[in-house]
Design a protein around this ligand. Sequence first.
Ligand code: ZN
Length: 527
Amino acid sequence: MVGKRFVDILDTTLRDGAQTRGVSFSMQDKVSIALRLDEIGVSYIEGGWPGSNPKDQEFFRAIKNYSLKNSEIVAFGSTRKKGISTREDEILNTLVKSEVKTAVIFGKSWTLHVEKVFRSTLEENLNMIEETVRYLKNNGMRVLYDAEHFFDGYKEDPEYALSTLKAAENGGASTLILCDTNGGSLPLEVGSIIRTTKKALKTPFGIHTHNDGGCAVANTLVAIAEGATQFHGTVNGLGERCGNVDICQVIPALEHKMGLRCLKGAGENLRGLTALSKYVYELANQRPSDSQPYVGRNAFSHKGGVHIDAMLKTPRTYEHLEPSIVGNTREFMVSELSGRSGIISKASEIGLTLEKQSPAVDDILAEVKRLEAKGHHLENATASLHLIIMKHLGLDIQPFVVTNWISTTNLKSGAMSAAEVDVKVGSKKYHEIGEGVGPVHALDLALRRALLKSFPDLKDTKLLNYKVTVVDSGTGTASEVRVFIEFSHNKTLWATTALSENILEASCKALIEGYTYRLVANRLPKH
Ligand SMILES: [Zn+2]
C-alpha cells in the first residue's frame, strides 16, 4: 500500500447527519457512532457545534473518556458575529474552551448570503473570516475552513468567492473546504470551478457535497481526482433534505477503484463498511435502503435465471465488485426463472445442506415453480420458501395446528372486530378470542394469545409490515389476493406470503407461517 495518496475523511454524521428529518441522536448514540467511526478509520469526526446546543457540549465532554485509535474529534462553528471582536464572541469562545484541537469554521462565499441573510458588507464578511481563523490559530487550534455555498457563490461572483478563500488562507486555515451546500452542482461544473480555484490557492482544499441533484458522490470523486485532500460526508448519506454525500459509497470508490487510500488502520477496515451502515440505520431508527450501492441488501442480489447462471460461472459477469470487500454478501433470489443452485444456496442460509443431485432439490424446485406460477412471490418471502425446503427434507414444520378460526366485523356499530381461534399444540387444545381494529388485527391477537400459552418466547415477535396485492382479478370482488407479512424478532427479519380469494384466509395463512417459522427455524438468517 506504500505510495498511495491518502485522502482524509471528515465524517459529519453527528453534525450535518443529525439534521436529517425524523432522526434524533441521543448523547449515547453519538458516542457509540463515534466509536464505530474510529474503528473503521475515518480521520476526523465532526462531533457537533459546542456553542449551539448543550447536547453537543455534553458529547465533547463524554468522548474524552475514550481513547480513539484512528480518529480526531473536531468541533464545528461559524465565523464571529458581525460588528464585534472575536474575543467578545461568546459562541466562538466555546470552541476554544472545548479543548478540541481542530475546529471546522464555516463562512459565507456567496454575495447573496452576505447581503441578504447576514445583512453585512462584503468587506466585513472577509474580515470576519480572516479574523476568526486567525483567532483560533492564535489559541493553538488548527482550522479547517468550510466555504459554505462556494460553488453557487462562484457561479455568481467568482472573484468574491475566491477572495473569501484567500481571507481564510491569510488567517492560517490548514484546509479550505469547497462546499456544494445546496447540492445542485453538476460534476462537470465542479470539475471546472475547482481547476481554476486551485490555481489561486496555496492551501490544500477539500470537498463537502450534498445530494440534491443526485450528484453528491460524483461531485466528491471529481473533486478528489482534481486533488482534494479531504472530503466530508455522512454514513448512509444522512443529512438535511436529500442528504450529504454517503461515505459508504465514496470510501470503496477511492480505496478500491481509484487507487487511493482513505481509511486509517490495517487495510482490512473496508470489510466493516456494511456493518457500519446497518449500525447507523439502527441507531437512527431508519429502515435500511435495500438499493443503496455497495452496502444495501440488494447490492449483490441476483434474480434473473440467466444472470444467476452466469454468476455461478464467473461472478464478475454481473457484479462490479466482490461483495465481501465491503462486508456485504451475494444473494440469489429464487424465482421461477432460477434453478437448483438457487435452492441449494437458500437452504444453506438456514444451515441445511442439500446435495446438488438430491431428488429433494427437484421436488422443492417443482413446488416453487408451481406456487410462483399461481402468483406467489417467494423471492421476498424467504421464510415461506425456507419452510418449503424444510418440509421436503422431512423436518417437522408443525409445532402447532390451527384447527378453526372465525373473524367478524360489524361495520354498522363501528365496533371493534372480533376473532376466535382454536389451536392444538401436541395434546393440548386452546380456544382464544381477540378484539382488534380490523379483522386481521383481531385474528392475530387471538392467535398470539393461544400460542403464547405454549411458546412464551413469541411475545417479542413483532409484525412490521402487512401488505395486500390483487393477483388475479376474478369476477367483481372475487379476486385472488396475495398477502405479504414481515416479522421481526430482536434484529432478525423474515417474511411470509400466502394467496387466497379470501383476504382473511390469506392473512391467516401468512400469520401462521410467520409464527411457525419463528418456532422451527433454529438458525434464522440475519439481514
Ligand atoms: Zn453540509
